[in-house]
Write a protein that binds this ligand. Structure first.
Ligand code: FDA
Length: 311
């Protein structure tokens, strides 16, 4: 069921009819996708980010887009990211971005992608941005970590990666990232993966998360514990307390619109909590992954669509 729902929603995320339907209703003023997406424009994202900062939360902005098929589209994404950085600097909000390498041309070729990433990392470094490279499906894990390490060896330090507890390989990757001194965001993994590379049961993914969290908290650099799972969050806090790891040495991360209660209570308890704020017109695949994580969300979307159609 755990892997099955993700697979179904992944297949649906490729349906252009469904995408058209969602695009019609999803981002209207009170559209159903607004629960998870900050808006289609960077101005809307900055307004949401400002509101989060006012509540004591930290943020990272993701200009949505993935799997671009041409180098022109990848170049356009770079230009957009540079524009987004300018607006963030002008707005005074925190300077932190999350990006996907397939948005920068990894699907076209590795060299294009590395050049494009440098075009973002250079101005990002100049203006004090941290840039997190999101992790996509397992087809891209090796090359994503390799691109990261290439840039790390070229002394880019304003960049971090993501590891997924669903993958068997992640223990070795966590140890390697600790050796480098790299900053890792730990997630469970949002993609449907085959049994040859990934755990299929939720209990296994959770156990792996706990194990990797210990590795990163004990030997890593500012790990980001990115989950809404209360049991794992409690485990992270208990581990930190037992090892004398202060709240300035790790952070929690959560997605825009999910478990706002937990975001607030952790902030009140003195933890650093960063919110992933996605925005842009290409929100459909991201939105479908959120539905796949929690099929109960579908009922809420269907209700919203039926309501819109009646009015
Ligand atoms: P789990 O799925 O067990 O959920 C725990 C609880 O959280 C649920 O019981 C529910 O209350 C709440 N919840 C979780 N998802 C929800 C949803 N969609 N709607 C409503 N409630 C929900 N993945 C990836 O593969 N690559 C990446 O780069 C990233 N990046 C990333 C950044 C950040 C900041 C976060 C928080 C997550 C990611 N992810 C990701 C997604 C991640 O892999 C995972 O799919 C989701 O975080 C859901 O898993 P949880 O850890 O929350 O646990």
């Amino acid at each position: 069921m755990y892997a099955g729902a993700k697979g179904l929603f992944y297949a649906l995320s490729r349906s252009s009819r469904l995408k058209r339907l969602a695009s019609t209703y999803g981002m209207t003023a009170d559209g159903f996708a607004r629960r998870f997406i900050a808006g289609e424009t960077v101005e809307e994202a900055i307004a949401s980010a400002r509101a989060l900062q006012a509540q004591g939360l930290h943020l990272t902005l993701d200009y949505l887009g993935e799997s671009v098929r041409t180098s022109d589209a990848a170049r356009a994404a770079v230009a957009e990211y540079i524009h987004v950085m300018d607006l963030i600097v002008a707005s005074g909000i925190e300077r932190n971005l999350s990006i996907k390498l397939t948005q920068l041309g990894l699907t076209v070729d590795r060299a294009t992608c590395v050049d494009n990433l440098r075009r973002i990392l250079d101005p990002a470094r100049e203006h004090g941005f941290f840039v997190r490279i999101d992790m996509e499906n397992s087809q891209w894990t090796d090359v994503t970590l390799e691109v990261f390490e290439t840039l790390w060896q070229q002394q880019y330090r304003n960049v971090g990666v993501v590891l997924q507890s669903a993958l068997y390989r992640s223990e070795a990757d966590a140890v390697r990232m600790n050796e480098l001194g790299a900053c890792v965001r730990l997630v469970k993994g949002a993609y449907k993966e085959p049994g040859s590379v990934a755990y299929q049961k939720k209990s296994e993914v959770d156990a792996s998360y706990l194990h990797l969290m210990h590795i990163l908290m004990d030997g890593g650099t500012m790990p980001a514990i990115a989950t809404h799972d209360p049991a794992l969050i409690d485990a992270a806090r208990a581990h930190a307390a037992s090892r004398g790891i202060g709240p300035d040495r790790f952070e929690f991360e959560m997605l825009f619109g999910i478990r706002r209660d937990l975001q607030a209570s952790l902030t009140t308890a003195g933890h650093r909590v960063r919110i992933y704020v996605p925005f842009g017109r290409e929100w459909f695949p991201y939105f479908m992954r959120r539905l796949g994580e929690r099929p109960e969300n579908v009922r809420f979307v269907l209700r919203a669509i039926l309501h819109e159609r009646r009015h």
